[in-house]
Design a protein around this ligand. Structure first.
Ligand code: GLU
Length: 268
C-alpha cells in the first residue's frame, strides 16, 4: 500500500498541512505501507522554490520521514505535456481562447469541440494563448457507460457523472498543464494505491477518475479527511494560515504542541 502527501509550495506550512501530513503518514504506517512526499509546484505563478526547502525542514521537524528522491513536479513538465498530447490524439480535448472575463460562472461547455486533424492543422497560425478543455461529450462517446465514474471514497462506492463540471480546463493558458493532469499522472506512475487528502478535494475526485479512465490508468482508493476549523466553527481564516509551523518553532513550541492543537480540531 502506497500513499502520498503532496503539498504545494505556495507558502510556509501551517496547521492544515500538519493535519494532512499526519493523516497520510499515519494511514500508511497503520497499514504497513509507505507514504511518499511529492512537491506539487506546477503553478509557477504561485509556487516559490524557497518554500520547497522550508517544507522539507518543517516536515522533518514535525517528525516525518519519507523516501528520497522526492518527486518535484516542475521537473517533469514534459510528462504532463505528453498526457495532453495523448488526449489530443484521442480527440478528447480542444483549444479555448476565451479570456477569464468572457467565461460564465459555473460549468462551461463552449466554445468549441475537438477538431479533425485537418481542422486542427489550421490552428497554429492563431498566435493567441489558449487553454485545452476536455470535451465531456467526446469523453462520453469514448467511454460509454464507464463515463459515469465509480470509485471508493472513504470505503463507500460512489458514482458520479463528471459532466456536472462542464468542459474543464486540462491545460491552463499560463502553465500549459493543470493540477488534474499532474496529480493523476503522478499518482499513476508512482503506483499510489490509496490517496489520503483533505475533504476540500473530494468534489474534484470524479474528474480525476475520469482522466484515469480516459488514459487507461488504475483508480486508487480515495480517503478524504475532515478539515480544521477556526474557533468560530467555520473554515480557517487568513489569520489561522498566518500561524506557520516555523513561526511556532521559532516561538519555542514543540511538535507535540502543534499536534495537540491539530487533534483538538479547532485552531485558535
Ligand atoms: N497539491 C494539492 C494541495 O496542496 C494536493 C493534491 C492532492 O492531494 O490530490 O492542495
Amino acid at each position: 500500500m502506497l500513499t502520498r502527501f503532496a503539498p504545494s509550495p505556495t507558502g510556509y506550512l501551517h496547521f492544515g498541512h500538519a493535519l494532512a501530513a499526519r493523516e497520510a503518514f499515519d494511514f500508511a504506517a497503520k497499514q504497513g505501507g509507505s507514504c511518499l512526499l511529492r512537491i506539487e509546484d506546477i503553478d509557477h505563478t504561485r509556487c516559490r522554490p524557497a518554500f520547497i526547502d522550508a517544507i522539507y525542514e518543517d516536515l522533518a521537524w514535525l517528525g516525518f520521514s519519507w523516501p528520497t528522491p522526492v518527486r518535484v513536479q516542475s521537473e517533469h513538465l514534459s510528462d504532463y505535456a505528453s498526457v495532453i498530447e495523448a488526449l489530443r490524439e484521442k480527440d478528447l480535448i480542444y483549444r479555448c481562447y476565451k479570456t477569464r472575463r468572457e467565461l460564465p460562472n459555473g460549468p462551461y461547455f463552449g466554445p468549441n469541440k475537438p477538431l479533425s486533424k485537418t481542422e486542427e492543422d489550421a490552428f497554429p497560425s492563431v498566435a493567441k494563448p489558449f487553454a485545452w478543455r476536455l470535451s465531456m461529450a467526446a469523453a462520453k462517446t469514448a467511454l460509454g457507460e464507464n463515463f459515469t465514474v465509480q470509485y471508493y471514497d472513504n470505503d463507500v462506492l460512489k458514482s458520479s457523472d463528471p459532466s456536472r463540471h462542464g468542459n474543464i480546463v486540462l491545460a491552463r493558458k499560463d502553465i500549459g498543464t493543470s493540477y488534474h493532469i499532474a496529480v493523476t499522472h503522478d499518482d499513476h506512475i508512482q503506483g499510489i494505491s490509496h490517496i489520503v487528502r483533505g475533504r476540500d478535494l473530494s468534489d474534484q475526485t470524479d474528474i480525476h477518475v475520469l482522466i484515469q479512465r480516459l488514459m487507461g490508468w488504475d483508480t486508487p482508493r480515495y480517503y478524504h479527511h475532515g478539515l480544521l476549523m477556526g474557533d468560530d466553527g467555520k473554515k480557517l481564516s487568513k489569520r489561522n494560515f498566518d500561524t506557520t509551523i516555523r513561526s511556532l518553532r521559532a516561538a519555542g513550541k514543540t511538535p507535540k504542541h502543534v499536534f495537540d492543537m491539530v487533534s483538538s480540531g479547532v485552531i485558535r
